[in-house]
Design a protein around this ligand. Sequence first.
Ligand SMILES: Cc1cc2nc3c(=O)[nH]c(=O)nc-3n(C[C@H](O)[C@H](O)[C@H](O)COP(=O)(O)O)c2cc1C
Ligand code: SF4
Length: 516
Amino acid sequence: MTRLFVPIDSTALSLDAEEVAEALALALKRQGAKAEIVRNGSRGLFWLEPLIEVETPAGRVGYGPVTPDDVPGLLAAGLLEGGEHKLRLGLVEEIPWLKRQQRLTFARCGIIDPLSLEDYEAHGGYRGLAKALTLEPAAIVDTVTASGLRGRGGAGFPTGIKWKTVLGAQADQKYIVCNADEGDSGTFADRMLLEGDPYGLIEGMTIAGLAVGATRGFVYIRSEYPHAFRTFKRAVANARDEGRLGTKILGSDFSFDIEVRLGAGAYICGEETSLLESLEGKRGVIRFKPPLPALQGLFGKPTVVNNLVTLSTVPFILAEGAEAYRDFGMGRSRGTLPVQLAGNVKRGGLVELAFGVTLDTLINDFGGGTASGRPLRAVQIGGPLGAYFPASLLDLPMDYEALAAKRGMLGHGGMVLFDDGVDLARQARFAMEFCAVESCGKCTPCRIGSTRGVEIMDRIIAGRDVEAQTALLRDLCEVMTDGSLCALGGLTPLPVLSALEHFPEDFKRPVAAAAE
Ligand SMILES: Cc1cc2nc3c(=O)[nH]c(=O)nc-3n(C[C@H](O)[C@H](O)[C@H](O)COP(=O)(O)O)c2cc1C
Ligand code: SF4
């Protein structure tokens, strides 16, 4: 039977993938065609979504972007055999945008039926756990350490070191917590994995449990991701039914189970201690560190808190070995990074490549420049608290240290593009406003500082006493950087100061122009 693939990923759904699937199902039934529709995740070529694919002897042939109205024409053109049509993209694997990538963590995303364990295993799934079950916990931790994997949630902390702390802690109960709050602007990697390869996360968390001696895991999914939540809950139920979660996993003596929780809808709940508070049923407010969550985390027990991409990368490392992962990348940034291209970009989507690729390659070769066709003026990397870089810095490599050296950060790998219509003074105001809205309120520099920051920015934008206000803004940024308890208040100055440094002209406009 011919297999057709229509994505069930949120981005594709927002572009009518459901209607396309329905139209296709109806037309196939009418024709009495021997064809099955598989609902896959997305490969991350968002400008081509809904991207439908058909399995042919030569490989999977793609068509996109498809509307429901295109369906009769596609079938008449011989869709089931990969026939010619104006939407035909050829073999999907050969599309240069995809072919040039180095997909390790996203190897299965968009290819498999996300809820089919059979498909998952046919594409290398559960090889990592099988290997981990032959190792001592310390050897699993050593493998992750040797791979050089650093947390993809933002801070880039070495995963192996975090796991070692939890492994060494003595307790009757330990936990694995997956941070799937994904609050950064322009990011969607966590969501794509939840919707496109959920067993990869389940396997990664199980390996983490085995490595540190934890028997229970929690996945905290942001409330804005209803499709991801639904898919992942189904995957957990299937895995439990098939003996992949629960007691005696894969016939071993190891027990591990996962609970899925919906987030509280606040950016600060992505911060690990706040997330733990929220998981415990309390308001998401930062906990003072120390103690580290690795020693006293969820319900006071030793807890691994890792980002979803981090955990989903672990099965590859165990299956292929630490070296296979470490061989990718540059300097201390090892392996691959799933970059998310968003904002004013022509070809938005997900690009997984070894660290070291330049911003220029990502933005211009992959992204195709701005969607508006106007010159690129700024790119913000690392979410709402990341720096704004000007087009003159596009030769920077994607690397934790290289971006930090230019007073920026990599964050979760999100890149938001802006054309020359952007006003960086207003973006600086937005950073302060974002902090004021999302602050947990625990410390003064962040809670009060961000509100004063918005007022200062308003005066600068209105052209009032600009020089003195700019000096005050710098002073305030210093206080927020040095005095904030967590990185929300501590990093808010980053976008503000980068805007001042790289785009000073936007802060010095004449009153008339500023007031319009
Ligand atoms: C304000 C704030 C928001 C954060 N939001 C997220 C988030 O949405 N997802 C995430 O994985 N980490 C987020 N983090 C980082 C987490 O606190 C934590 O470092 C991370 O989950 C650890 O996992 P990793 O080592 O795998 O990166 C945030 C941190 C701060 C300060
Ligand atoms: S910096 Fe802001 S978010 Fe962080 S603890 Fe202080 S008030 Fe809360």
